[in-house]
Design a protein around this ligand. Structure first.
Ligand SMILES: [Zn+2]
Length: 122
């Protein structure tokens, strides 16, 4: 009987603690596999987006131009109250001046709203 290391809970567990699929042991132990599936299932049911690539702390240190790494176009259109094509235009050239307002496309108002949203998830 072998022992296998579970990368999720960092424990060395006997082979019986793992699921067997096509003659191979599962990556994670049974407990972890169940837990991971549960979390995914509940996120999906609540319609949540997958977790961002950065933690909230890391995000606050990043330039706000990286908002697209955190928010989808759809989320930004809701946050900023503009259409999705408008969000795409803004984020394609965030520094280009808007000919009507003379402000950069990614105006200070938009930056503030995006930053506030990130901060509220802390
Ligand atoms: Zn485990």
């Amino acid at each position: 009987m072998g022992v296998k290391h579970c990368l999720h809970c960092d424990r060395d567990l006997p082979d019986e603690a793992y699921y067997v699929s096509k003659g191979h042991l599962s990556h994670y132990c049974r407990e972890c596999t169940k837990e991971i599936h549960m979390i995914r299932y509940h996120r999906k049911r609540r319609g949540e987006e997958p977790p961002p690539l950065y933690t909230a702390d890391e995000l606050l240190c990043r330039p706000i131009e990286h908002v697209l790494e955190v928010f989808t176009y759809r989320q930004l259109s809701e946050l900023w109250g503009v259409s999705e094509p408008e969000v795409q235009r803004i984020m394609s050239r965030p520094w280009e001046l808007n000919f009507r307002t003379g402000e950069p496309n990614l105006s200070y108002e938009y930056r503030r709203k995006a930053r506030e949203r990130v901060e509220s998830t802390l």
